[in-house]
Ligand binder design. Structure first.
Ligand SMILES: C[S@@+](CC[C@H](N)C(=O)[O-])C[C@H]1O[C@@H](n2cnc3c(N)ncnc32)[C@H](O)[C@@H]1O
Length: 352
């Protein structure tokens, strides 16, 4: 017999192994929004929840815990219910009961699973269940083009599902919060996908059009073999690539790259540049301090950099680094653990 537990709060998808950081971030954001509740997240599940004690705080929590503002969340959704003990012969019945009880009409429905090992085994179930649920929602008149929120059904296992909803404009626009990018032909390293995803996730269409234009200039610290530099060069942006290691020969043939075999912590360009990129493997607080210095010296307008997080207290380290950057006067800070990031996050910074 399935049990339906109506819930208020948030549901987050994250990289498996980072549930604790996701929960810590949720608790911090919820406390700042004046919400009272608790975070829960099973290790390696790829999911984290914040459950509200008082549903009156839902709107404040929704506003504070949107996908864009959370560093460790790939997706952030308003939590509706948990349905446990689903019968594999009739999963639809109890899910429809839960949705009928709410009576909300949704703009669309996505059937998803976590990015964990167990979650990925549910991909087939998600695919086959999608048309079944969609048809049932139509029949029940619970789908309507003008509705404000999209419904997300996330299978936590074959018998356990979470129901959530979010306005599409506030949510990550990819199922599972994962942008599927194809490795571009000619790019020198897989890291190129990290910068491509960063530009896609951390900037919007208008910003990409305004801030990535031919003739701009960039410095790439820790550039070799050139995956990040390649993303700039494909946009006709000139790059000073700083690294003792060798740069990709074809990339150098573009004529847009100057390779400097220097220490990335000491190098400074003669003239200010539009972009500072940095993918050096170093202590995050050293990288954050270096970025702050470049802005303080007016050497760049915008920066995109990675903070590597091999330590235990990863969330504390991220807070410390972002605090350091904020104290340096950077008001526009956007941090995200991208799908292509492993033990690291990527940060966009601008004075704002
Ligand atoms: C993760 S790799 C960069 C990959 C590069 N973003 C790409 O897309 O191909 C890190 C690079 O940082 C360089 N590096 C580390 N410390 C450095 C330093 N102090 N100065 C310059 N480069 C450094 C290493 O030589 C290495 O090539």
């Amino acid at each position: 017999m399935a049990t339906i537990e109506p819930l208020a709060g948030r549901l987050l998808y994250c990289r498996p192994g980072f549930e604790r950081e996701c929960a810590q971030e949720l608790e911090t954001v919820a406390a700042a929004a004046g919400a009272s509740g608790f975070a829960r997240a099973a290790a390696d599940s790829g999911l984290a929840e914040y459950v509200l004690h008082d549903t009156a705080a839902q709107a404040a929590l929704d506003a504070a815990a949107g996908w864009r503002g959370l560093a460790f969340a790939r997706q952030s959704l308003g939590l509706l219910a948990r349905v446990r003990g689903l019968d594999p012969q009739d999963r639809l019945g109890p899910l429809l009961d839960a949705l009928r009880a709410r009576g909300e009409v949704y703009a669309d429905v996505w059937i998803e699973h976590a990015d964990s090992d167990a979650g990925r085994e549910l991909a087939g179930l998600c695919r086959s269940f999608a048309p079944v649920l969609r048809a049932a929602l139509r029949r029940e008149r619970l789908l309507g083009d003008d509705a404000p929120r999209r419904l997300h059904l996330c299978f936590a296992s074959g018998t356990d599902a979470l129901l959530a909803a979010e306005p599409p404009a506030r949510a990550a626009p990819w199922p599972g919060g994962i942008p599927r990018l194809r490795f571009p032909r000619g790019a020198p390293s897989r890291s190129t996908l990290k910068l491509e995803e960063a530009l896609l996730v951390l900037l919007d269409d208008a910003e990409r059009a305004r801030w990535l234009t031919p003739g701009m200039r960039a410095v790439d610290l820790g550039a070799a073999p050139g995956g990040w530099t390649w993303q700039m060069v494909r946009r006709s942006i000139r790059v000073i690539a700083v690294d003792n290691g060798p740069m990709d020969a074809a990339l150098m043939d573009s004529g847009l790259v100057e390779h400097r075999r220097e220490d990335g912590f000491r190098y400074r360009p003669a003239k200010p540049v539009d972009w500072l990129l940095c993918d050096m493997v170093e202590q995050p607080r050293r990288i954050a301090a270096l970025m702050a210095q470049w802005f303080a010296e007016d050497r760049c307008r915008m920066a995109l950099f990675n903070l590597k997080l091999p330590m235990k207290k990863r969330y504390d380290e991220v807070r410390l680094c972002l605090g350091l950057l904020r104290d340096a006067g950077l008001r526009d800070l956007r941090a995200k653990q991208l799908y292509h990031d492993r033990e690291e996050i990527t940060v966009f910074a601008r004075r704002g």
